[in-house]
Design a protein around this ligand. Structure first.
Ligand code: HEM
Length: 505
């Protein structure tokens, strides 16, 4: 997916412009007529409007990257979109030119739902409850994972977790979140970002406005209740729980959180943290179920390193090499954010002779990077061993892209995901716990006796939004050794009092 070089003339002009750092770049760009990165041919006025994919953008973007290169551009009406499909392409603009590339593009719908768009533990104990929940009601495994990540995020932000699937906060979040993600998906609602004039249509004729108002109302009600809870605890002088919202309220002025509305919208962290983490865990459970040999090998390693008399702990993780390789392969094979979160250019930049104009939307094509045949052997195969052989899973005999680094799926520059540490440690410990305690196998259809094999191959098995969330699927979950029941129950009893403190209002 190499970028075709721009014409020599343009390239040499581009280089000259970059060297004269103090000049007005906008003026220089006009004078030099520096071009956008290459891309599919455009039609006058509408650009690539008709070819622009309606759903699952990452699949089409990855196809185009093979034709037009690691950096290609699209035009949709007068909106420029630039897609970055290699670590070097991402590094040069998202990391190195972070000051100019860290805006989030405007999404009128997201803004209407979360007006200020302010985006910025109890993990070990929650992980024990997750194992315990799987033990008590394995058939609800999919929802247990969602409860766990929602509760974990609620704990980090508000210091009040959601102990059961029936907890009000968990139920409300699980109700509103899919509606929100669905509303943001291109094609669900009218394209108001492209045609802002649509926002002028009165609500009685614009059903989408009523949908958006409804989702906003659900969000505000939830965030208001959660914030009020923290405010009440602080007023009552209750012992602080060391969580994000207490810090934000105490330091509101210093942090520029000038109104209660700002605090209210810090709840957005819940959106970023919960769905991504549960999708990553759900993908891992699918992969364990689908690739039985891989599961057996993980379990042999767990038995050697951890044994069967206790559950895994954080200190075990560095020794679980195959398990960590499995998680890396899951992230490559089914990244939960196939295009990350889009960025927007706040000023013109020229990189390698191409223009990244102010206002352009940037997508980091994590999906395409993970299946780039220049670096990955048989990228459509699920094979954790590639990460045993090479830290980034790169095939033998090739020189890797020098800009590749760990955690690329968490974005870069100033907007890099602030939840990396939480997300990674939670994923690793929970996969270790679940694979240590349970055997996962495909469910059997009661009527036909046929195995219902879950599919990770068909991307339609994922609900596509900003996050690619797998759809629920029945599987069979067995306890590996009967002695583990007692160990899990005992560990749960040990952490219960700590968890209880985070259940109180
Ligand atoms: C597997 C789990 C996760 C993945 C793959 C993930 C990925 C990402 C990505 C790609 C971005 C955009 C970065 C960019 O624009 O360059 C992001 C932003 C963000 N993430 Fe995560 N994330 C995960 C878990 C979490 C968790 C657990 C939390 C919080 C507890 C969190 C909080 C956030 C926040 C607040 C932002 C917005 C940052 C900003 O706009 O400045 N994420 N995440």
């Amino acid at each position: 997916m190499n970028s075709p070089a721009p014409s020599e003339q343009v390239r040499s002009r581009g280089r000259r412009e970059v060297r004269t750092e103090n000049v007005d770049l906008n003026r220089s760009v006009k004078a030099a007529r520096i071009s956008l990165p290459p891309g599919p041919p455009t039609t006058p006025f509408i650009g690539n409007l008709f070819e622009f994919p309606k759903r699952r953008l990452h699949l089409k973007f990855s196809e185009w990257a093979k034709i037009y290169g690691d950096v290609f551009s699209l035009k949709v009406l007068n909106q420029t979109i630039i897609v970055l499909s290699s670590p070097t392409a991402m590094h040069k603009i998202i990391d190195v030119r972070s000051t100019s590339s860290s805006n989030r593009p405007k999404s009128i719908i997201a803004d209407m739902i979360t007006p200020n768009n302010m985006n910025m533990g109890t993990g070990r104990f929650e992980a024990t409850q997750l194992m315990h929940d799987f033990l008590l009601s394995p058939e609800s495994w999919f929802d247990h994972l969602r409860r766990y990540t929602t509760s974990f995020a609620l704990g980090i932000i508000y210091g009040k977790r959601g102990p059961t699937l029936g907890s009000q906060d968990v139920m409300d979040f699980m109700d509103v979140h899919p509606q929100f993600i669905n509303a943001l998906e291109i094609g669900t609602l009218p394209p108001v970002d492209l045609f802002p004039i649509l926002t002028l249509v009165p609500e009685k004729w614009a059903k989408w406005k009523r949908t958006v108002a409804h989702i906003k109302n659900l969000h505000v009600t939830l965030y208001d209740r959660l914030l009020s809870n923290v405010e009440r605890r602080l007023v009552q002088g209750s012992e602080e729980r060391g969580v994000l919202m207490e810090h934000a309220i105490r330091n509101a002025e210093k942090l520029g959180l000038v109104s209660r509305e700002h605090l209210l919208h810090l709840g957005g962290v819940l959106l970023e943290g919960s769905d991504t983490s549960s999708a990553a865990l759900q993908n891992a459970v699918y992969a364990l179920t689908l690739y039985q040999d891989v599961q057996s090998r993980i379990q042999r390693e767990l038995d050697e390193v951890v044994g069967t008399n206790r559950a895994p702990i954080f200190d075990d993780l560095p020794k679980l090499k195959y398990l960590l390789a499995f998680i890396d392969e899951c992230n490559r094979f089914r990244p939960v954010g196939p295009l990350g979160l889009p960025h927007e250019m706040t000023k013109d930049e020229i990189v390698d002779g191409y223009l990244y104009p102010k206002g352009a939307v940037l997508f980091v094509n994590i999906w395409g990077m993970g299946r780039d045949e220049r670096y990955f052997d048989q990228p459509e195969e699920f094979n954790p061993d590639r990460f045993i052989r090479h830290p980034f899973g790169i095939k033998d005999g090739v020189v890797d892209d020098p800009a590749r680094r760990p955690n690329m799926q968490f974005g870069g520059g100033k907007r890099v995901c602030p939840g990396i540490v939480f997300a990674k440690s939670s994923l690793e410990l929970n996969v270790a716990n679940l694979a240590w305690a349970f055997r996962f196998s495909p469910a059997i259809d009661d009527a036909t006796g046929v195995e219902l094999t879950p599919s990770l191959d068909n991307y339609s098995d994922h609900i596509q939004g900003v996050t690619a969330t797998p759809k629920p699927y029945p599987i069979t979950i067995w306890l590996r050794y009967s002695s583990q029941r007692e160990i899990i129950n005992r560990q749960m009893a040990e952490v219960q009092s700590t968890l209880d403190r985070f259940d109180e209002d």
